[in-house]
Design a protein around this ligand. Structure first.
Ligand SMILES: Cc1cc2nc3c(=O)[nH]c(=O)nc-3n(C[C@H](O)[C@H](O)[C@H](O)COP(=O)(O)OP(=O)(O)OC[C@H]3O[C@@H](n4cnc5c(N)ncnc54)[C@H](O)[C@@H]3O)c2cc1C
Length: 470
């Protein structure tokens, strides 16, 4: 898949001591005044051969491939950690909890599997059939009802897709579902069940409401077989190991990317970096905001693709309890709520770690509403749902961890999707190099495996190969 990369000679590198490392170790007030001083003084200039922007899966894999091929590479990362949307929290005893990606989706032939083997990391399979779903009254669905629901979902989706083929213009998946259901005579209970199935099997996977993504192209991408696994010791282990020996400058938020015949000049809040070329792995959510400026501006085709592609949202809420009061033998717990998409899916972390922890997922519009609330309000809503299922006697959680990926300025959401009006071609356009100087990687640039860690990883290798082919 990755073409051969030709070895290149190093540029002569004049590397200056990192002023940023000093600045960012100050307290906030000290930092503010130091930044004022830094902005009024000439910024330190560091020169290298290739700059990589972003130390997530795409940036680290691009830098790894380039450095292994003999290039001099510096990675600029805005956060104080590497990994980006692969982020493991270890603040609770006995559990490494993934706040971003959890699963390797499909281990067979997956490049992540090779890295798992190489680094001898422990993974555990998830059994999606090990699922207990509760109805709005808190009673478990029978196997027969679940089976009927799965079949009904397949029928609705097939009919919606068939209707979509007759249309001249793309619409949302929800429009297709509504069209089909207008002819069906479902009871209120059956409709709630179907909404639950759409939410947990589609909206959580694509991080967008069915009303937000394309009927024609929403179900995009390829998959690897062989089942899914999680990392009981944390997903970030892969990228910490892959990043060993790379020159990664943390706390370097890139503000401006200038490119021209002379090369690439990248300005952060307190430093300037110059190189022959750069690999840009800024998340789609960041590219959409325009907080990083490009001079000259990016081609119109690329900015149009950035505008058309959607940045979805999947958030996680971890709740730690004094003991595991739930059905701890199952991998997943489902809840068919009165309102679609609210606290419908839970992962039983106890099964993987032995710790009394539940992980609730919320996606799309409800996820966006929820992340604007305070921690107390979010935990209150989660516990209310759990009390509907397990009764008022369950204990209060003793701790919680809550993600807010949409309001994270360095992500702008969880992962990309195709809304009506966008196509796979937009991902190709986003991936196109500009002027043989800027090379683009990141999950949103992947047509085969968008929205995944392996898609991001492969996109980084692809960008490295494009540079190698010059
Ligand atoms: C909640 C959640 C669950 C997920 N679950 C899964 C899963 O189970 N399996 C799966 O395969 N995928 C999953 N994903 C998707 C997966 O995490 C991403 O597709 C992948 O990690 C993206 O990698 P990337 O390198 O493209 O982007 P990122 O990891 O976002 O890397 C980009 C980097 O750029 C940095 N950056 C941003 N702005 C600047 C700036 N101005 N200057 C310098 N640096 C900057 C960011 O801090 C970041 O480190 C999930 C994502 C989320 C959020």
């Amino acid at each position: 898949m990755i073409p051969n990369i030709h070895r290149r000679h190093f540029l002569k590198v004049s590397s200056l001591a990192s002023l940023s490392a000093l600045l960012w170790s100050f307290s906030l007030t000290e930092r503010a005044s130091a930044e004022e001083t830094a902005s009024s003084q000439p910024k330190a200039v560091t020169t290298t051969e290739i700059l990589v922007i972003g130390a997530g899966a795409a940036g680290i894999s691009a830098a790894r491939a380039l450095q292994d091929d003999g290039y001099e590479v510096i990675v600029l990362e805005a956060r104080s950690r590497i990994g980006g949307r692969v982020w493991t929290d270890r603040s609770w005893p006995g559990a490494a909890l993934d706040m971003g990606a959890s699963w390797i989706h499909g281990i067979k032939g997956n490049p992540l599997t090779e890295l798992v083997k190489k680094f001898a990391l422990k993974t555990l399979p998830t059994d999606y059939d090990s699922l207990l779903t509760y109805n709005p009254q808190g009673r478990p669905l029978t196997d027969a009802t679940r089976h009927k629901l799965d079949t009904r979902l397949e029928e609705v989706l097939a009919e919606a897709a068939a209707w979509g083929e007759e249309l001249d213009e793309d619409v949302s998946l929800q429009a297709g579902i509504d069209h089909v259901l207008a002819k069906w005579d479902l009871s209120r209970q059956e409709r709630l069940e179907l909404d639950y199935a759409v939410n947990t099997t589609i909206e959580h996977e694509f991080a967008a409401d069915a009303a937000e993504f394309s009927l024609w192209y929403g179900d995009e991408g390829e998959t690897f077989g062989g089942g899914d696994v999680i990392f009981p010791g944390g997903y970030d282990q892969i990228f910490r190991r892959l990043a060993q020996g790379l020159d990664i400058r943390l706390n370097q938020p890139v503000q401006k990317i200038e490119y021209g015949r002379a090369g690439v000049k990248i300005t952060t809040h307190n430093a300037v970096f110059e190189a022959e070329r750069a690999v840009v792995t800024l998340p789609l959510g960041v590219l959409k905001t325009g907080t990083v400026s490009f001079a000259p501006a990016l081609p119109g085709s690329k900015t149009a693709a950035i505008r058309r592609l959607g940045m979805g949202l999947l958030n996680k809420t971890y709740l730690r309890f004094p003991e595991a009061f739930w059905d701890d033998a199952h991998d997943l717990l489902g809840y068919i709520g009165e309102r679609k998409g609210e606290w419908a899916e839970w992962l039983n972390i106890y099964k993987y770690t032995g710790q009394p922890v539940l992980l609730g997922f919320n996606a799309g519009r409800y996820g966006r509403q929820l992340e604007k609330l305070s921690d107390g309000q979010i935990v209150g809503a989660a516990v209310k749902t759990l009390r509907t299922i397990y009764g008022d006697d369950i204990p209060d959680p003793t701790a919680w961890l809550i993600t807010r990926w949409a309001s994270d300025p360095l992500a702008g959401g969880s992962y990309s999707y195709l809304p009506p009006g966008a196509t796979e071609a937009d991902r190709e356009t986003l991936a196109e190099p500009v002027a043989e100087q800027l090379f683009f990687a990141g999950e949103a640039t992947s047509t085969d495996y968008p929205a995944t860690v392996h898609g991001a990883l492969l996109s980084g290798r692809r960008a490295a190969a494009e540079i190698g082919e010059l």
